[in-house]
Design a protein. Structure first.
Length: 289
């Protein structure tokens, strides 16, 4: 289980409906899901020929593991190193990884961070196939959201494949400097976080993994110096929102004031969840006046 990965769980239950927004909705999760009966068509979905990509691999793959029993982590970690890869024995998500192997889809920092940054998210069957072949094998047949998942709905299970392919497109027109500057599912977001201290670091790592800029809030004495377009999103737990600041003032600055669970909803459901569904109740009430 996840008992050994303290602080990794990110999200709370979904928020209720909200007010309209001018911010574009996330793109639809419209990548076809391949079933076991149509594996011959899989190659047509790929951005790049797999065997070519494997030959191009210049650095050893770097693996994170999650949602596995401790004995499995030890076994798979040793296998990765034996095959010439690097096992990142980290409690938290890191963008240094190239692959995440998970036992189940879940709203954890590692799983969501891998989706947000377009990493490979693979079933355990990937490492078992590597063990049998005594080398790192093709990833697609084992990808969450691909053939091995067997899902037909747009969900947390299908999100990894969607975001990997979507972010592959995002990479192509960018120079390396621009890619380094902003890349990921949250590219262009400028975020204020007003949440409990126990969740702050994990949410910050997740947002930054997806290309967002997280703005400092600890020294924010007022909103007077916060100009329009300085922030685009504020994720707020009202129990931890400073009494000297005003949500209404953020709304006037066209900052989208949201419940934190919108982050996972955006990654897992795409256009099936609209941004306004996660507006704070006080924002909806204000906008309905």
């Amino acid at each position: 289980g996840e008992s050994g990965e303290g602080g990794e769980r990110i999200e709370e239950p979904s928020a209720d409906a909200g007010a309209p927004s001018c911010t574009p909705a996330p793109p639809p999760l419209n990548v076809p899901i391949v079933t076991s009966k149509s594996t011959a068509k899989v190659q047509s979905l790929y951005v790049e020929d797999t065997s070519t990509r494997l030959r191009k691999r210049q650095t050893p793959p770097r693996f994170l593991l999650s949602s596995l029993e401790q004995s499995e982590k030890m076994d798979y970690g040793a296998l990765v190193q034996e095959l010439g890869g690097e096992f990142l024995d980290s409690e938290y998500f890191t963008t240094k990884c190239t692959h995440l192997v998970v036992g189940k889809a879940s709203r954890t920092e590692k799983y969501l961070g891998a989706c947000a940054s377009g990493k490979w998210v693979l079933h355990k069957s990937y490492l078992e196939s590597c063990r049998a072949a005594r080398k790192f094998v093709e990833e697609e047949p084992h990808e969450w959201g691909g053939v091995a998942t067997g899902c037909v709905s747009h969900s947390l299970e299908t999100a990894p494949r969607y975001w990997r392919l979507e972010l592959d497109k995002q990479k192509q027109p960018c120079s390396q400097d621009k890619l380094r500057e902003a890349f990921g599912a949250f590219r262009g977001w400028k975020v204020l976080l007003f949440v409990e201290r126990s969740r702050l670091a994990g949410l910050k790592r997740l947002l930054e993994a997806g290309g967002a800029t997280v703005l400092p809030t600890a020294s924010l004495k007022s909103l007077d110096g916060l100009l329009q377009d300085t922030a685009t999103h504020a994720f707020i737990n009202m129990a931890h929102f400073p009494k000297h600041l005003s949500v209404d003032a953020l709304v006037e600055l066209k900052v989208h004031c949201l419940r934190p669970d919108y982050i996972a909803e955006y990654l897992s459901k795409g256009a099936a969840v609209s941004l306004e569904q996660s507006y704070l109740p006080c924002v909806r009430a204000c906008m309905q006046k």
